[in-house]
Design a protein around this ligand. Structure first.
Ligand code: XBP
Ligand code: MG
Length: 229
């Protein structure tokens, strides 16, 4: 019996990574950096979760001379990137993936709690969900755990462990929904069953560990999930 569904955000609830990528590139340009992440580069960089960590890993490899003072520069860059990203998403450009709104509605009607466990920031979540679910979006997700609330981002289990603690539920009563290998590993490490649905930037991800991988989010109905657990 599922008591709660725990949703990942980027790539699962919505196809947001392309907007993250554009926001990173706009922030680099505005900061006068000649960094540019094309789609193929971004796909490889996504193995590092967290925008700040991704920039540090990129710079550390390619611009070791910048390492001194890099961390404070990256913090400022990430704040700029987040302003650009939230503006783009708040404009309503990014819908939830097909079927997600229906699944959330079905779950809530069945008394199943919907929670979020993501690597991105609360600001980004608020921009996406207020644009897609309206001003009372946070009533839809009474439990939300964002990347900077925990010590270690996915594939570490931290966000899922904190979500379970805030739900007051054991992993056996919950099911996670993820799009990436890092996300599936994080959910499994927290002892959760997890279903996968790849997204544009995780199309090649190995989702081993998921109890099922759906071809598209429209197939993820409540009855399909209840039949799995
Ligand atoms: C995906 C991530 C995030 C986003 C960028 O999070 O790893 O880092 O790529 O957002 P998830 P930030 O799939 O767990 O939702 O720049 O805010 O990190
Ligand atoms: Mg994701």
């Amino acid at each position: 019996m599922i008591a709660a569904l725990i949703f990942d955000v980027d790539g699962t609830l919505a196809e947001t990574e392309e907007y993250h990528r554009r926001a990173f590139n706009q922030a680099f340009a505005q900061a006068g950096l000649d960094w540019y992440w094309d789609e193929a580069t971004y796909r490889t960089l996504l193995v590092t979760t967290g925008g700040k960590e991704r920039m540090l890993s990129f710079a550390g490899e390619r611009f070791p001379e910048m390492l001194g003072g890099l961390r404070s520069r990256v913090m400022k860059l990430h704040q700029l990137k987040t302003r650009i990203y939230t503006r783009a998403v708040a404009g309503g450009n990014v819908p939830l993936r097909p079927g997600m709104m229906e699944l959330i509605g079905e779950a809530r009607a069945a008394g199943i709690i919907c929670a979020i466990a993501t690597t991105t920031s609360l600001e980004n979540i608020a921009a996406l969900l207020s644009a897609t679910l309206g001003p009372s979006w946070n009533q839809t997700f009474p439990v939300i755990v964002a990347g900077d609330m925990v010590a270690q981002k996915k594939p570490a289990p931290d966000v899922y462990q904190l979500a379970l603690s805030r739900l007051g539920l054991g992993p056996e009563h919950c099911l996670a929904i993820e799009d990436s290998r890092n996300g599936v590993l994080a959910a499994r490490a927290a002892g959760l069953k997890v279903v996968g649905v790849r997204s544009a930037y995780t199309i090649g991800d190995d989702l081993a560990g998921a109890i099922r991988v759906f071809a598209n989010p429209g197939e993820i109905t409540l009855s399909a999930l209840q039949a799995l657990v």
